[in-house]
Design a protein around this ligand. Sequence first.
Ligand code: NDP
Length: 294
Amino acid sequence: MTARIIDGKVIASDLRARVADEVARVKREYDLIPGLAVVLVGSDPASQVYVRSKHKQTQAAGMASFEFVLPTDVAQSELLALIGKLNRDPAVHGILVQLPLPKSLHTEAIINAIDPAKDVDGLHPNNAGRLAGGFAALSPCTPLGCIILTRSVHPSLEGMNAIVIGRSNLVGRPLVQLLLNQNATVTIAHSRSRDLPKLCARADLVYAAAGKPQMVRDDWIKPGATVIDVGINRLPEKDGKTRLVGDVAFSEALDVAGAITPVPGGVGQMTVACLLVNTLRAACAIRGLPTPAV
Ligand code: NDP
């Protein structure tokens, strides 16, 4: 058996097109232009690539994109002042501070300063708490993308056994909550879990988000399971270049899984598309408009 490849590129592109349609509609009907502000501190090359891609995709969806680049040694007070300004700016509906921040800055205090209504990364404790309580919330983009990819294979996740490997605030924990909202039965695994291969082999849905290259092997996977690989790891090659791999041993898993996301071309594609969804939803909620159909 060869697994069906879940094509994140196609699914993300379809999602972006649906967001663009809704953006055009709210512009036409309510004169509302959703706006996303992205704040980058420092000059980390990977972060620069992400920010550039967010900027391009935001504009392509017909939204306003505001970019702020601050030096690595920016004072905490200066960054907080910028967030305060963006919180008050009526043209800005979503605020994203690109992580990780330099060590000199207090990440938690900075995330807490973002207006929860504009917290399109879904990391503010108000949103995390609302999500955990089963209330409407802005949810982190990568886990949202994982759910959309899974539902491209299984329209209903009700009663399915899922395992989430990883319990970070950015990926694992919110993903668990979103899966519960879909009525899946969820096991949460982490670095202290015992006998992970055995736990994993019970799951119909496997979410690998540990940041450990090719950790999930073929004998960890139940035949026919759907495997969503969140990991992004760079492995050094002989020629000095690097190769991107996920947390799943992809070629092995292909022979056992029913469906699987590739790396690259899977979850990573969905994250920015879901950021656009969150920005559109935040803009409509701030204006008191109905939740958009995307
Ligand atoms: P973190 O390092 O914050 O969290 C990793 C989690 O995995 C922790 O909960 C840790 O457990 C757990 N873990 C580590 N090693 C093992 C192990 N051997 N067995 C079981 N669990 C383990 O990472 P993130 O959540 O931020 O990211 C996870 C991966 O997803 C990374 O590869 C990252 O690059 C990728 N990523 C991809 C995105 C995308 O758009 N595709 C977006 C965000 C992240 P413990 O809590 O016990 O330490």
